[in-house]
Design a protein around this ligand. Structure first.
Ligand SMILES: Cc1ncc(COP(=O)(O)O)c(C=O)c1O
Length: 286
């Protein structure tokens, strides 16, 4: 099927979408983005994703004061045009094209706005008892100091992700110079010990994941489990009973092997099953 994308106020076939080679997104990675999942036409956390997009735009001073409704109508039209299955909508805003390549940007700007859909796996709930745990590796975080901004400049994340990919595993979990876990190259990290659920606190070392937010909300409002946003050390990670990764496309994914060592008994944990089931029930409420 021909894919329809959105570029600067127009919907068009992907092949027709063209940008200038002077676009600062292309030259400098000077832009921000979002990935919003949808299942059978229903978005998960749409407003939360757009709020984060607005924060990212403000952080890098791109002026684009579009309403959430405007973003929603673009995203909904893309779903319709592309078959409304299980699709994520990728939204990319760069600072746009200048007349020459120069580091400094002018105070006026005409951002490039691009959006497209990508197929994502069906919800895990259909086959929840067949879900296999992920194998991951760890690395010291080499990225920049504003990981709270969802920047399109992803070279550090790509190097970390490729490190995992080259070893045939799913992700690289990252830790800082003090051996505290930050996040993973494309997801947030949760660590469970003695039924207590912990995820690193929000700061500029990690992306404030929308899935992380939804999972925390569900645990706090629907369960009695102890949950905290606290420092997680490398040793905490290695001694955990369960480890989960969260992201728009992974939802809540159990990790069963870290650097070749099993997490606890190496099986998908019971707490993951409970929280993933609640996530499937409540993910559209956010
Ligand atoms: C570095 C990083 N951390 C965390 C996440 C998870 O964020 P979300 O749950 O909003 O998808 C992502 C998602 O792309 C990411 O790239």
């Amino acid at each position: 099927m021909q894919q329809t994308v959105y570029l600067n106020d127009q919907f068009m076939p992907l092949e027709q979408a063209k940008i200038s080679p002077l676009d600062r997104g292309f030259l400098f990675g000077d832009g921000v983005y979002e990935v919003i999942p949808s299942y059978s036409g229903k978005f998960v956390g749409f407003d939360l994703h757009i709020e984060r997009l607005k924060r990212s735009l403000a952080a890098i001073k791109i002026e684009l004061n579009w309403t959430t409704d405007k973003w929603r109508s673009i995203a909904e039209r893309l779903l319709e045009e592309n078959g409304s299955g299980n699709l994520s909508v990728y939204i990319h805003v760069s600072r746009g094209a200048d007349v020459k390549r120069a580091h400094a940007y002018k105070t006026f700007n005409s951002p490039t706005v691009f959006a497209l859909t990508t197929e994502i796996p069906a919800p895990k709930v259909a086959n929840i008892d067949k879900v296999e745990g992920l194998s991951v590796v760890t690395q010291e975080d080499i990225r920049w100091q504003r990981c709270d901004v969802k920047s399109t400049a992803l070279l550090g994340n790509i190097m970390h992700f490729q490190h995992a990919y080259d070893q045939g595993v799913a992700e690289t979990i990252l830790y800082n110079k003090d051996r505290q876990v930050t996040e993973a190259s494309t997801s947030n990290v949760f660590v469970i010990k003695n039924n207590c659920i912990t995820t690193p606190p929000l700061d500029s070392q990690l992306l404030p994941g929308v899935t992380r937010h939804i999972v925390l909300d569900i645990i706090r409002s629907k369960t009695q489990y102890e949950v905290g946003e606290e420092i997680v050390t490398f040793d905490d990670l290695k001694q955990a009973d369960e480890v989960w990764l969260t992201s728009a496309s992974k939802e809540v994914a159990p990790v069963t092997l870290i650097d070749g060592d099993p997490v606890a008994d190496g099986k998908v944990g019971g707490l993951w099953l409970a929280i993933m089931s609640l996530f499937e029930q409540h993910k559209f409420d956010a």
